[in-house]
Design a protein around this ligand. Structure first.
Ligand code: ATP
Ligand code: MG
Length: 678
């Protein structure tokens, strides 16, 4: 069998890794050395040279985009589609397992996925059930606590009753939150992973079945796996030990979300006798870019130590620009992109990278003014927009009435005269009777104790959902969505707003119909198209959809740039406090992660790298909010001194709740409040 087309485009070390004998294998190598290339070629090699069935291969990576690319490259190499090969993100694979084995996993068939915002909503509900004040228990911090434990594989019953009163209370919230999730069959992102892990771990027959099925496990970006993900991989590979992982300790950038770079060292202990390959030649960047990236990362302690060299040209020197302010910085960047494009280069080959998503706005403004097409990755993404989430909530209610977060979202959207007090009443009924809000609403209707206007509004809502469910039965997905948008009044609601925002929202809703029309349903998991589409929306929400390779400048955070490469890169906003991030200056270990992030950013560049910062930056509110601490004391010009109880929202929309000694609780928009930290 001719496999030269698989092996020829590789150097000697890469080839050795691709053709390595079966058994555990770790490829540890720096940026741009061909790790991802080795991984894809290994899959092709397994199929072509060793005649491994694609059904026996499980390949995991970190983003949907990377997964798609990987599949594309393999199919291109082999010349036929890899149907049946499991290739995806940890989340999508976990989801697939749970859909296939919902019963064994202790879920209901129609379980729904909670994204981060939905999760916050449910946490708020848990706080209400426990009669706790959101001001003192900021939902974001509770979320952090819950997810942190789940990422380490800890359920509430694994946690010893803490002596500290506050910790005890947090544990109680975690417990209540879990009860709510179970009651309504809701699964958040960290739950997907944990539950899929427990499913396999606690079910011997299932465990054996998958161990026999996935004879080859391959993992990209291994340095960013967390505890649960790694345990999961170990389970799959326990029998055959054919586990092939590639990673770079210097690019571990998710420590703040539970990733454990130590897994790389642990791998060699857990899989005794593992082959370890190192790749040292970089094929991506010019020598000048590589040197500066190496110099930065060299400052970190405790690295596993890797050399990286290139036989490529020296290239242009790396340039630094100091802007007068952030607008000047953005103008400079856009100017350079324009003259670069004037030389015949494609806009899509240029990337603007930043530390925090809020920084994209200024660049966007300047790009718009210069009439340059651009695309922002990882901002507020399509499926995360408010109007889209409204529409999805209707669809979720149609698919299954017990979904409380969706109920709360749409019961009065568009407004139909069901006020907060009524919703509170329904919630209370649901809490006391341990049932869903939908059931609660119906019970309250029957008891007829509501004021008559509220009663008829609620009856109308319940009827609306029931009628819509009936109307869309058997309809094609896109038609069902269209019907829902009409009947719910959502389209008319947003169309009424003639401003730019309202029109954009209406267009987004129409876009949802198109998304549904283009959505390819594969019914491998035995899901109906609507449930499948809803799961797809929840899982894809983390990433931008669409024509990624259109000719437009690419804007993204450093975190989402992982694994990608661009001929022209701008690393922007490199000011102390912004990047490196304020928090990293306060907490030990965080600065090293910032350095790795910087290394990731620089090594995205192939030919030209610019670094820039601004002399003075109009304080983005986000920066201020970092210095505002919960429980901290602040002073306001007219309200006097007070204590910060809560922080909500992001960027310019950040609001803080302060309990002032003289006037009591107030919510203030941080950007305008001019608070002085005491
Ligand atoms: P990162 O650490 O950023 O994820 P990586 O180690 O996964 O990088 P790849 O993305 O696989 O590196 O490869 C970097 C670039 O080098 C790609 O454009 C790839 O096609 C190219 N490349 C890798 N190996 C070779 C080779 N042997 N010959 C020519 N080009 C190569
Ligand atoms: Mg890679």
């Amino acid at each position: 069998m001719d496999v030269s087309y698989i092996l020829d485009p590789l150097n000697e070390h890469q080839r050795e890794a691709v053709c390595a004998p079966e058994g555990p294998m770790l490829v540890l190598a720096g940026a741009g050395s061909g790790k991802t290339r080795v991984l894809t070629h290994r899959v092709a090699w397994l199929v072509q040279a060793l005649h491994v069935s694609p059904l026996s291969i499980l390949a995991v990576t970190f983003t949907n985009k990377a997964a798609q690319e990987m599949r594309g490259r393999i199919e291109q190499m082999l010349g036929y589609p890899m149907r049946g090969m499991w290739i995806g993100t940890f989340h999508s694979i976990a989801h697939r397992l749970l859909r296939a084995h919902w019963r064994e996993a202790g879920l209901e068939q129609g379980f729904q996925i909670l994204d981060s915002d939905d999760q916050i909503r449910l946490i708020k509900r848990a706080l209400k059930e426990l009669n706790l004040d959101e001001g003192y228990w900021p939902p974001r911090q509770v979320q952090w606590y819950i997810n942190g434990h789940k990422e380490e594989g800890r359920r509430p019953h694994h946690i010893e009753e803490p002596a500290d009163a506050q910790q005890r209370e947090l544990l109680r919230i975690y417990r209540t939150y879990e009860e709510l999730c179970q009651r309504f069959s809701l699964v958040d992102f960290s739950e997907l992973l944990l539950r899929a892990y427990e499913l396999i771990k606690n079910n011997e027959p299932l465990c054996q079945r998958y161990q026999q099925r996935f004879l080859y496990v391959l993992v990209d970006e291994f340095q960013d796996t967390n505890a649960v993900q790694y345990e999961w991989l170990k389970l799959f590979a326990a029998r055959h030990r054919n586990i092939f992982v590639v990673g770079d300790d210097d690019q571990s950038i998710y420590g703040w979300r539970g990733a454990r770079v130590e897994n790389i060292l642990q791998f060699e202990r857990d899989f005794h006798g593992a082959n370890v390959a190192r790749l040292e030649q970089n094929y991506r960047s010019t020598a000048n870019i590589l040197n500066i990236a190496n110099a930065i990362i060299d400052n970190n302690q405790g690295r596993l130590g890797k050399q990286l060299w290139t036989s490529g040209e020296e290239g242009e020197s790396v340039k630094l620009y100091v802007g007068y302010n952030e607008i000047d910085e953005a103008r400079f960047v856009v100017d350079r992109i324009q003259s670069w494009a004037d030389q015949g280069n494609a806009y899509s080959d240029a990337a603007i990278l930043y530390r925090s998503n809020a920084q994209s706005r200024v660049f966007e403004e300047v790009l718009v003014r210069s009439d340059i097409p651009y695309r922002v990755y990882g901002g507020l993404r399509f499926f995360e927009r408010a109007e889209i989430k409204d529409a999805l909530a209707y669809l979720r209610m149609i698919a299954g009435r017990q979904d409380d977060p969706s109920f709360e979202r749409i019961v009065n959207t568009p407004t139909r005269g069901i006020g907060n007090r009524t919703v509170e009443q329904i919630r209370e009924y649901a809490r006391i009777n341990q049932t869903s809000m939908w059931n609660g609403a119906r019970a309250l209707i029957q008891q007829r104790e509501l004021p008559s206007r509220t009663l008829s509004a609620l009856v109308a809502f319940v009827d609306l959902i029931n009628q819509m469910a009936e109307a869309v039965q058997g309809a094609a997905l896109a038609d069902a969505i269209e019907t829902m948008l009409q009947r719910s009044g959502l389209i008319t609601h947003f169309a009424k707003d003639k401003g730019e925002k309202g029109q954009a929202r209406k267009e987004n809703l129409e876009e949802l119909i198109t998304a549904a029309r283009n959505y390819e349903h594969n019914d491998e998991e035995g899901m109906d198209p609507l449930s499948a589409f809803l799961s797809h929306a929840a899982l894809e929400a983390g990433e931008r959809q669409g024509e990624e390779w259109e000719e437009c400048v690419q804007l993204m955070s450093l975190h989402s740039a992982k694994g990608l490469e661009f001929p022209l890169v701008f690393l922007t906003g490199m000011e102390e406090g912004l990047f490196p991030h304020q928090r990293s200056l306060q907490e030990s270990g965080r600065l090293e992660e910032e350095r790795r992030l910087c290394y990731v950013g620089m090594t995205r560049a192939m030919q030209i790298l610019y670094i820039s910062y601004a002399w003075s930056r109009t304080k983005p509110a986000e920066k201020q909010s970092d210095s505002i601490q919960l429980g901290g004391r602040v002073r306001h010009n007219s309200f006097g001194d007070g204590v910060v109880l809560g922080v909500e929202g992001r960027g310019e929309h950040t609001r803080v709740q302060v309990n002032f000694e003289s006037v009591g609780n107030k919510w203030l928009v941080l950007a305008y409040a001019n608070l002085e930290k005491l």
